[in-house]
Ligand binder design. Structure first.
Ligand code: UDX
Ligand code: UDX
Length: 470
């Protein structure tokens, strides 16, 4: 198949590289000349596991980069739209980039084309894309519009693409569905997984993955409803964690107990400082807005968002209860990305917390394995960027863990203890066992579990611990 992917950001670049790995001829289109030049020169603009290998494998061969949308559409059977859909001030998805791509397609139609929405879009978007293409003088039977939502998590996007739980294809006729079936055939017939050079299989892979064909409207809803459900699961457990803190229970034990019910499942039940990223926050708002416009008030989603914001405020209260006053305190912050495994800081709760702590007069030294460059753009010179966690911790009044990087779960605790001025760790991602931390001499706060300290173990909720020192 000949495929054009329009938009080479987090989603489009991964999709394009993976389509090439399935054996298709792919043109990645972008209107950002700098990005195109970087991609053509062999640079990898985002931190994503296995992406450098795939780009290296296919660049200049089955995968080319271009700023010429017209030529790319002419050369392709399927055109995937993967441009951004940022939220407007009212919470709607801004579809102007999608519309501008749709307007450019008709003049390039030179045979049957399938236009595929890959960006997350509200339920009426495929109808609009169709209308816009028709309005610009394309013949009705020369194209179809399909929805093929992505379920890629940043950091594991390549394996999520190649080893998906399911592939959802929203197509309103068989001619259109057949094109998408053919594109994904190497996955659904299992042939990709026989290859020696296949990207390695992750745990829990469903091989071969099922391909679910629905109407385009249902596919659009599946995407929003999936993300809303996952965000709801996170807010649910964060709310349970708050109750655990009030009554002195341990949320980890509660998670184990409820997550082992196969109807609930253990994944996406990790409490923390709230969800962030380019998808959940904006998709929840957009889904809420779509429901409102269609006449249904989806108030459950308001509560999910509310709990998420409250989670950051609760964390700040924890920092205060550990340090008493904040002005002039020196804090070490581990993690700036919105989650582990990525350099993405969009809607990162870690960045939001750092900004609030700076406003409160704290001095901050931070370390993130991948996000320094992007974080510098928003934090400027107001924080020190350290080379490693221990340099960040040197001389600090407390250490805050804000992103669930694997690297932060395996720190040399004795070294950390030596570096910190006071051995206080406030863990927003529950990466450590409180018993272990107290045994290593730390005062340790986490989410939904009793705070512990070598002096009094466990700490009473709300105890001021500013005086703990070595
Ligand atoms: C995607 C989806 O599009 C979004 O709907 C989903 O919810 C999250 O993921 P993402 O890939 O993260 O967005 O966006 P971004 O990294 O901003 O990439 C978009 C790319 O499209 C950029 O490279 C941008 O230059 C390009 N673009 C944008 C175009 O080529 N043409 C345009 O008209 C607009
Ligand atoms: C998400 C969806 O998972 C993916 O299917 C969709 O296509 C794009 O949006 P992503 O935003 O990359 O992916 O990350 P995800 O792993 O879902 O995490 C989102 C946020 O939730 C992160 O801030 C993460 O730290 C947080 N999270 C996740 C929790 O707080 N607890 C959890 O148990 C899981």
């Amino acid at each position: 198949m000949r495929i054009a992917v329009v938009g080479s950001g987090y989603v489009g670049l991964v999709a394009g590289a993976c389509f090439a790995d399935l054996g298709h001829e792919v043109i990645l289109v972008d209107n950002d000349e700098q990005k195109l030049a970087a991609l053509q020169n062999g640079q990898v603009p985002i931190h994503e596991k296995f992406l450098p290998e795939l780009l290296e494998r296919h660049r200049g061969r089955r995968l080319t980069f271009s700023g010429d949308l017209h030529a790319a559409v002419q050369a392709s059977n399927a055109i995937f739209i993967a441009v951004g859909t940022p939220p407007t001030e009212q919470g709607h998805a801004d579809l102007s980039y999608v519309e501008s791509v749709a307007r450019a397609i008709p003049s390039a139609i030179n045979g049957y084309k399938v236009v595929v929405e890959k960006s997350t879009v509200p339920v009426y978007t495929s109808d609009w894309i169709r209308k816009i293409i028709l309005r610009n003088a394309a013949a009705p039977d020369s194209f179809d519009v399909a929805s093929n939502p992505e379920f890629l998590r940043e950091g594991t996007a390549v394996t999520d693409f190649l080893y998906p739980d399911r592939i959802v294809v929203g197509a309103d006729n068989e001619r259109c569905a057949a094109v998408l079936r053919e594109i994904y055939a190497p996955l659904t017939d299992g042939s990709y997984y026989q290859r020696q050079d296949a990207i390695p299989q992750p745990d829990r892979a469903q091989i071969p993955p099922p391909l679910i064909v629905t109407s385009t409207k249902s596919a659009e809803l599946i995407k929003h409803a999936s993300n809303a459900f996952l965000a709801m699961k996170i807010s649910f457990i964060n709310a349970v964690a708050s109750v655990c803190e009030s009554v002195g229970a341990n949320v980890q034990q509660v998670c184990q107990g409820i997550g082992s019910d196969s109807r609930i499942g253990p994944r996406f039940l990790n409490p923390g400082i709230g969800y962030g990223g380019s998808c959940f926050p904006k998709d929840l708002k957009a889904f809420r807005a779509v429901a409102h416009e269609s006449g249904y008030e989806f108030r459950l989603l308001d509560e999910v968002m509310q709990i998420n914001e409250e989670q950051r405020r609760r964390f700040l209260r924890k920092v205060r209860s550990a340090l008493w006053t904040l002005r002039g305190k020196r804090l070490a912050v581990l993690g700036l990305a919105f989650k582990g495994g990525t350099d993405d800081i969009r809607e990162s709760p870690a960045i939001m917390l750092v900004q609030t702590l700076l406003q409160e007069g704290c001095r901050i030294a931070t370390y993130d394995p991948a996000a320094h460059e992007r974080a510098r753009e928003v934090l400027n010179s107001s924080v020190d960027f350290a080379d490693n966690p221990y340099h960040a911790a040197h001389g600090a009044d407390a250490l805050l863990i804000l992103t669930e990087w694997d690297e932060f779960a395996t720190l040399d605790l004795q070294r950390l203890h030596r570096e910190l001025k006071y051995p206080i760790v406030i863990d927003g991602r529950n990466l450590y066992d409180p018993e272990l931390m107290v045994a290593q001499g730390f005062t340790y706060y986490s989410i939904g579990r009793p705070a512990v300290s070598p002096e009094s173990h466990p700490l009473e909720a709300g105890t001021s611990t500013g005086a703990f020192g070595k």
